[in-house]
Design a protein around this ligand. Structure first.
Ligand code: ADP
Ligand code: MG
Length: 380
């Protein structure tokens, strides 16, 4: 019944799809340490829209240069980051392809500012949701889509100590991650809300973000030790036979801090937390390495984070990594680590393909239910 172009077919047959690389952007936040606010104390600076330089710790007179797809300096606006690195990938969602944007970097370097922002300076998440609503509305009224409808849904989870928590329903504390026969990664049982307007999104997203913040004050800045994963799905459904459906998934991910917690002297529960987080981020870097080298085995399954990112990084997806860095000296080694991770990711080649299934007429009414719920019910 399912008609699809799978990753497997693609590996076997000639590659028709245009390869899409992971785009790597680096964003430097403004200096925030007043006593450090002297140029000679800052250890990193931008050279042009793609290049930055950082002091060489072995020889303070030397600098090392790094080049990325985009470099955003400390005066870049939220709008620039969004229009330069995120907006261009959104149309792919309407043709059933996946995309992901993740913010990487040490705690305090600007990941949450980049992804979430604040009411005066909205970040990637509110901008992407607003634009997706607009793009689907425009597409729905186009003549070629007369028999198609578009639906946007959201799920929001946190990965904390290798457990997937549902931020839209905090009772769901340890959700499984599964792969269906079409190699789609899904979280059976996760809450999925329909988003018809930006108001709908806010209504679900704001309390969920507060769930995360409350936990964070109780547990010593948990937000810097967990990965926040917002999933926005765009479903394009044919209203007449053969009831085709295209699903495009967008992951917007605020990763845990990439700093080395062994050096920051964390103890007790925090050390345990750091251990779990380090293993997830460590696996992420192994996945990136394996993809770069074209190894046959990519260790996605070695952590929850990479398992969830499996169809968003190195497979079919259009991925953007925004590495956030800070200019102050005390961040120096964390900045170097983050830049080296980002430089590795730059080599990944992603191959886009479209996810398409054909629904039988009888099965069609089930599509009114959230898809993940339907899939979970169908699972053996
Ligand atoms: P992270 O999520 O990586 O730990 P945050 O996003 O919380 O870091 O940023 C740390 C602080 O720096 C916050 O007070 C944030 O508002 C501020 N900040 C980060 N990036 C910028 C920026 N580009 N412009 C202005 N302030 C920023
Ligand atoms: Mg943060």
């Amino acid at each position: 019944m399912a008609k699809r172009v799978s990753m497997m077919d693609q590996h076997l047959g000639p590659r028709k799809a245009t390869p899409a690389r992971v785009r790597v952007a680096v964003r430097l936040r403004p200096c925030m340490d007043h006593e450090d606010d002297k140029t000679q104390k800052l250890c990193v600076r931008g050279l042009d829209s793609q290049t930055l330089e950082i002091v060489n710790w072995r020889n303070q007179l030397e600098t090392m240069q790094y080049q990325f797809d985009s470099f955003y300096g400390d005066n870049a606006s939220q709008r620039e980051v969004y229009t330069g690195s995120v907006c261009p990938i959104l149309p792919n969602l309407l043709i059933g392809q996946n995309a992901s944007v993740f913010a990487y970097g040490p705690t305090g370097a600007g990941k949450t500012h980049t992804m979430l922002g604040n009411p005066n300076q909205p970040g990637v998440i509110p901008r992407a949701v607003r634009d997706l609503l607009q793009i689907t509305r425009t597409a729905a009224s186009a003549p070629e889509n007369v028999n198609w409808s578009f639906t946007i849904t959201m799920s929001y989870v946190e990965i904390y100590q290798e457990k997937v928590m549902d931020l839209l329903d905090p009772k769901n504390k340890d959700l499984p991650i599964r792969e269906d026969k079409d190699h789609n990664i899904l979280i059976p049982g996760v809450t999925q809300k329909t988003v018809n307007s930006f108001g709908d999104f806010d209504e679900h997203f704001i309390p969920a973000s507060q769930n995360r913040t409350v936990a964070s004050t109780k547990l010593n800045d948990r937000s810097s030790r967990s990965h926040a994963v917002l999933l926005i799905k765009v479903l394009k459904s044919q209203q007449i036979s053969p009831f085709r459906q295209l699903t495009g998934k967008l992951y917007l991910i605020d990763l845990a801090g990439s700093e080395d917690n062994r050096r920051t002297g964390n103890q007790g529960i925090r050390l345990k937390e750091s251990g779990a987080i380090n293993s997830s981020l460590f696996t992420l870097s192994k996945v990136v390495d394996a993809l770069n080298q074209g190894l046959p085995r990519i260790p996605y399954r070695d952590s929850k984070l990479t398992r969830l990112l499996q169809d968003s990084l190195g497979g079919s997806a259009h991925s953007v990594m925004i590495t956030n860095i800070a200019p102050e000296h005390r961040y120096y080694f964390d900045t170097l680590t983050a830049l080296n991770f980002a430089a590795k990711s730059k080599q990944i080649i992603n191959k886009p393909f479209s996810q398409e299934t054909t629904q039988s007429a009888a099965a069609h009414p089930a599509m009114k239910r959230p898809r993940e719920e339907a899939e979970a019910a169908a699972a053996p």
